[in-house]
Design a protein around this ligand. Structure first.
Ligand SMILES: *Cc1c(COP(=O)(O)O)cnc(C)c1O
Length: 233
């Protein structure tokens, strides 16, 4: 049954790509598995999923050892500096870098492990008070500063669009962040590629793909509604 959900989302991703004249291989579907038990993740893994998104350090650490080692874990939630050390060698990418100090700590821990960590800069594109992320205006400067840090590679931008009834309402935000990434790319900053645009969730991933998303983060659409005992961000 979860397999059916996963395949349905994959199909919609492919259809959105077709509408936008894009190749489906350009878009990575991230199965957002936060709060879900490992049995459910295994089911989606068996259906072919290899990229999972989590937003809590503790949860990544718990699930990491119980599931196949070829899974790529993506940290998509707000990350506290004092927890970077615990996930640095477990995650394939950190989507939620929203300050210089966080980037600095990721750089320090990556140096200790002798790895280069791919990161995205989180942009609060709609300027919502309740959300983390840089303002669009401050993003370019932050990218320039973080780009100087060793053992990091800035690969693009990430955003969490507002929660809306009609996904069309977010199209303008997706366009704005795409444009921002193009502007940054055109600056040709050393160590910065801007090939990745992580945007679009269950309610709006098709619109996000039409506007240039290369990673979509889908939780509810694959795993069903979440039952929260912990506070959702
Ligand atoms: C939970 C979460 C998602 C997935 O949300 P759904 O609406 O369930 O698809 C995507 N991105 C981030 C950063 C999240 O925390």
């Amino acid at each position: 049954m979860l397999k059916d959900n996963y395949e349905a989302v994959e199909k919609k991703v492919a259809q959105a790509c077709a509408r936008a004249g894009r190749n489906p291989s350009e878009v990575t579907l991230i199965a957002v598995s936060k709060t879900k038990p490992v049995e459910m993740l295994q089911e989606i893994y068996d259906a072919g999923a290899r990229v999972f998104g989590e937003n809590k350090v503790q949860e990544i650490c718990e699930k990491y050892d119980k599931l196949p080692s070829d899974i790529k874990w993506h940290m998509i939630g707000h990350l506290q500096r004092n927890k970077v050390r615990q996930v640095i060698d477990k995650v394939a990418m950190i989507h939620s870098v929203d300050s210089y100090r966080l980037a600095q700590e990721i750089s320090v821990q990556a140096q200790k492990k002798n790895i280069t960590m791919p990161i995205l800069i989180e942009v609060n594109i709609a300027g919502e008070e309740s959300k983390f992320g840089m303002s669009a205006e401050d993003t370019i400067q932050l990218v320039e500063e973080i780009a100087m840090l060793p053992n990091l590679k800035i690969q693009g931008l990430m955003t969490i669009a507002p929660f809306v009834e009609d996904a069309e309402e977010n199209r303008q935000y997706f366009r704005e962040i795409k444009q921002l990434s193009v502007d940054i790319k055109n600056k040709n900053i050393d160590n910065v590629t801007m090939d990745i645009l992580s945007m679009g969730m269950t309610g709006d991933y098709e619109v996000a793909i039409e506007e240039g998303a290369t990673m979509v983060r889908v939780g509810t659409g694959i795993f069903g509604a979440r039952n929260y005992t912990i506070k959702e961000r």
